[in-house]
Design a protein around this ligand. Structure first.
Ligand SMILES: [Zn+2]
Length: 77
């Protein structure tokens, strides 16, 4: 899946599941070799993103969306 397609799929998943008063969690699944686990703390992989509800039940998984940008969430809910 291309990065652009993945981003689209991700925002579609957010739009689908974001509701007022609903708590969502976002988990990034990094490659074990990713430098986020080193002292550099810089993501060098292309992590999968998992969108979960408040009970940590997975709602959507999107591969290859790239590093997480917290600003993406604003304007969606
Ligand atoms: Zn990473």
């Amino acid at each position: 899946m291309s990065n652009r397609k993945a981003r689209r799929a991700w925002s579609a998943a957010l739009r689908k599941h974001c509701r007022p008063g609903r708590v969502l969690h976002v988990e990034l699944r990094h490659d074990p070799a990713c430098l986020i686990y080193s002292n550099a703390r810089v993501c060098t992989c292309n992590p999968d993103r998992v969108l979960m509800d408040d009970d940590r039940k997975p709602l959507a998984t999107v591969e290859g969306v790239g590093p997480y940008d917290p600003l993406e969430l604003s304007g969606v809910a």
